[in-house]
Design a protein around this ligand. Structure first.
Ligand SMILES: Cc1cc2nc3c(=O)[nH]c(=O)nc-3n(C[C@H](O)[C@H](O)[C@H](O)COP(=O)(O)O)c2cc1C
Length: 261
């Protein structure tokens, strides 16, 4: 699928075919996409633990659920629990940046050398970043978010349904033997959709001009209608929810799965 269409077709899928297995190659592809994401300090903070729902003891599965993710976790046959490894940068002490120098990605043209990493970047930028909870959280959230987004889009490209979902992090830590310095992020639920891929249309978003600015806050970035039309033609911007028939679709799915209507 073309990139723009992948972006356009993605929906948070919450009704999965609960017993249709997901091919292992597809799960690997999702993880491969995450691994290639741009990452802060080139330190690859993101960690994932892939879990087949049916291999979880029933009690653990129930305990992993939260009020906003219970049905999602129940129906999705594959759960990918994502974490940010807070030890990745401290362990590296800048070595992952030196690797970028060695392969010609960071160059003297831009001031980079091993000495620059040792004398300036590590002590003046990375050490302070990792000792400030706010800066550390900012970095881990952005780093893992970028990689998780690639995983999410890869799932869509593989024809799967996917939804990021909250989970009970304390239960997961015990059940999945999560190391102490891994920060829980979100769980990516994956499976074949039981709902139509349109899932009722693209979900509501605030107006473009309320989100994005030009030059300074308060001056909206002007949206060119010609660009909008070309993105519609490329299936990136699609019909907004609710599409006709969505209520009936949800009612049928709810009956099928014994869920409230
Ligand atoms: C970080 C993150 C956490 C989310 N957590 C949940 C969740 O716990 N339960 C859920 O049903 N959806 C969750 N979602 C899905 C959002 O609700 C969804 O993306 C939003 O409603 C927009 O719909 P769309 O993804 O179909 O465009 C999450 C999404 C993100 C990005």
């Amino acid at each position: 699928m073309e990139f723009k269409e992948v972006v356009g077709r993605r929906r948070s899928i919450r009704f999965f075919e609960p017993h249709r297995p997901v091919e292992r190659e597809k799960i690997q592809t999702i993880l491969e996409a995450a691994r290639l994401a741009s990452c802060a300090v080139n330190a690859n903070w993101l960690r994932a633990i892939v879990v087949e729902r049916d291999k979880l003891p029933r009690e653990t599965l129930d305990q992993l659920k939260t009020p906003v993710s219970a049905v999602n976790l129940e129906l999705a046959p594959v759960h990918i629990y994502f974490y940010g490894d807070l030890g990745a940068v401290p362990r590296s002490r800048g070595s992952t940046l030196k690797e970028l120098v060695d392969v010609g990605a960071l160059n003297p043209s831009h001031g980079w050398s091993h000495k620059f990493v040792d004398d300036l970047v590590w002590p003046m930028i990375l050490e302070p970043m990792m000792s400030s909870p706010i800066m550390q959280t900012q970095a881990v959230a952005a780093d893992c978010g970028v990689a998780i987004c690639q995983a999410l889009l890869a799932a869509v490209d593989e024809g799967l349904g996917a939804c990021l979902s909250a989970f009970s992090t304390g239960i997961a830590k015990q059940a999945l033997a999560v190391p102490d310095d891994w920060l829980p992020i979100y769980c990516l639920l994956v499976g074949y959709p039981a709902e139509s891929w349109q899932a009722g249309g693209q979900r509501p978003r605030p107006p473009f001009e309320e989100l994005y600015f030009e030059g300074k806050y308060g001056t909206p970035f002007q949206r060119d209608q010609n660009v909008v039309e070309s993105l519609k033609a490329a299936n990136m911007i699609q019909a907004p929810a609710p599409l006709p028939g969505r209520r009936e679709e949800v009612r049928e799915l709810s009956r099928r799965f014994g869920l409230p209507e």
